[in-house]
Design a protein around this ligand. Sequence first.
Ligand code: HXC
Length: 314
Amino acid sequence: MPVPRETFLSSVWRDGIFKDKVLFCTGGAGTICSMQVRAFVALGGNACITGRNAEKTEKGAADIASVRPGAKVIGIVADVRDMAAMEAAAERCATELGSLDFAIAGAAGNFLAPMSQLSSNAFRTVMEIDTLGSFHTAKAVMPYLIQSVQKHKNSGKEEPTGTGGRIIFISASFHFRGQPLQAHVMAAKAAVDQISSSVAMEYGPHGITSNVITPGPISGTEGMERLSTADARSVKESKAKIPVGRWGEVKEIADATVFLFSDAGSYVNGVVLVVDGGAWRTTGADMGSTWKYPGFFLSGAVVEGVKGGKKSKL
Ligand code: HXC
């Protein structure tokens, strides 16, 4: 069943901007990553996606390829925890598709568990998938990304052959403030953010850019299925606490990806781009029932006793 274009891509992007370029994405059959890859392929590129489950990965690749006639998308079975497997996957991608110009380190593992129920092996498993896996991905793709940016220079001018040599790591915002039941993920994603910083510093001189995309709560994703309750009232309350008042759409992560890979993102390096409607800034922001977020801001009420504090008009 073809996915309608408006569900994974805004109409603001120009067709063909990734023509003849190749994206390598770990965990590429997942709900968020598959839409990022789909957007890239819709805009002219080809791709390799990796995953541990052969059936899911191959089906994911075929689904994504259906987005554009002539698109090539290869599904490769590989575990990000295995460095040799990642090197072999990157080599196969570059050989079969002719280059490897962009990468997304997207493979992740998550489940809700308090530390009291988290075994050493459970903690290690998520650290190995998210953190070690991101490190392996960066190491495996870097020789090819460097070759790409030598051909498609990151000069700040609009290069005739477009862009190349860019990597995005997918992270989470739990470690910005703290999130119960996510000790393993907070540790793993904080480390992922820092791996991206190291890539930005150490490979930036070669022309590479490295950035993190931090999705907030995105509708219809495996992450939200695992992490949110099915209870409609709490979902409503969770949305109300987000400054823009809603969960995000997969397309909003794909759009951020296209921005960072396109000429529009050429001078963006070493950042954490949080695409969450402002959610992480307000999580837990209620300071008692009087100033409940966001009702207080919508009610017209004032905080009494603020020195010199006259309420200005909206
Ligand atoms: C406590 C758990 C557990 C749970 C597994 N473990 N699930 N402990 N609570 N719910 C423990 C196991 O008991 C075992 O420890 C250890 O973790 C390893 O489990 P395995 O099943 O052997 O591991 P593995 O097959 O490698 O599976 C990895 C996994 C699994 C992370 C546990 O869930 C997985 O493959 N997930 C991949 C897909 C995924 O999670 N996607 C969601 C990404 S969403 P013991 O001690 O028993 O040996 C995401 C978004 C976040 O990251 C941001 C959203 C806003």
